[in-house]
Write a protein that binds this ligand. Structure first.
Ligand code: COA
Length: 159
């Protein structure tokens, strides 16, 4: 069985993330969406909230499951018995950062392969922080995020 990880902070999951997860699920037997604790990013949503939103957004995909993690990605991959990491690549600005992470992960574990899926044009400039900013200013995030996330953002910023 070929199992892939699609890691990220998912604060919150966007339509761009969902596109990558959906396409990854067509390439391998099982996708584990690895939701990183990322405490340094000071996330808006708690780890459990982020994982729950990813679960809701991917509930229609039978070979996708969601797991929170708080360790090195290579260690988590080994624990999950995953042999490949699949990430989205948006604009060219992602490249330097992704190149560094992929090189380091490769040094830490040569058995773990990293693959990139190009984002389609409509998601090229989408990011979780842009979505948070639009929502915080009461803008319309329709189309940028799944409906469950739209509702969660509205609830978060209504307080
Ligand atoms: N569509 C929309 N947005 C996308 C996207 C896509 N396809 N791909 C990435 N993004 C956005 C993310 O939402 C995030 O946006 P933000 O910064 O505005 O919040 C940004 O691009 C960066 O995404 P990503 O590269 O996935 O970073 P991340 O912080 O979400 O996740 C981890 C990074 C979790 C994969 C990485 O930190 C990790 O592996 N951590 C575990 C610890 C570890 O092993 N560290 C050593 C690594 S060498």
């Amino acid at each position: 069985m070929k199992r892939a990880l699609t890691p990220g902070t998912f604060d919150p999951i966007t339509s761009g993330h969902l596109d990558v997860i959906t396409r990854a699920a067509q390439l391998v037997d099982e996708v584990v969406v690895a939701v990183a604790a990322s405490p340094k990013k000071n996330p808006l949503f708690t780890l459990e909230e982020r994982a729950q939103l990813v679960r809701q957004a991917t509930s229609h995909l039978p070979n996708v499951r969601v797991e929170p993690f708080d360790e090195l990605l290579v260690d988590f991959a080994a624990r999950m018995d995953a042999t490949v990491v699949i990430k989205g690549l948006r604009a060219i600005t992602d490249f330097e950062y992704e190149f560094q992470m992929t090189a380091l992960n490769y040094q830490l574990n040569q058995e773990l392969e990293t693959l990139f899926i190009m984002s389609p044009p409509q998601y090229m400039y989408l990011s979780s922080s842009i979505v948070r900013e639009i929502a915080s200013l009461r803008g319309d995030v329709n189309g940028f995020v799944p409906d469950c996330v739209k509702n969660a953002l509205e609830a978060k910023f209504a307080r």
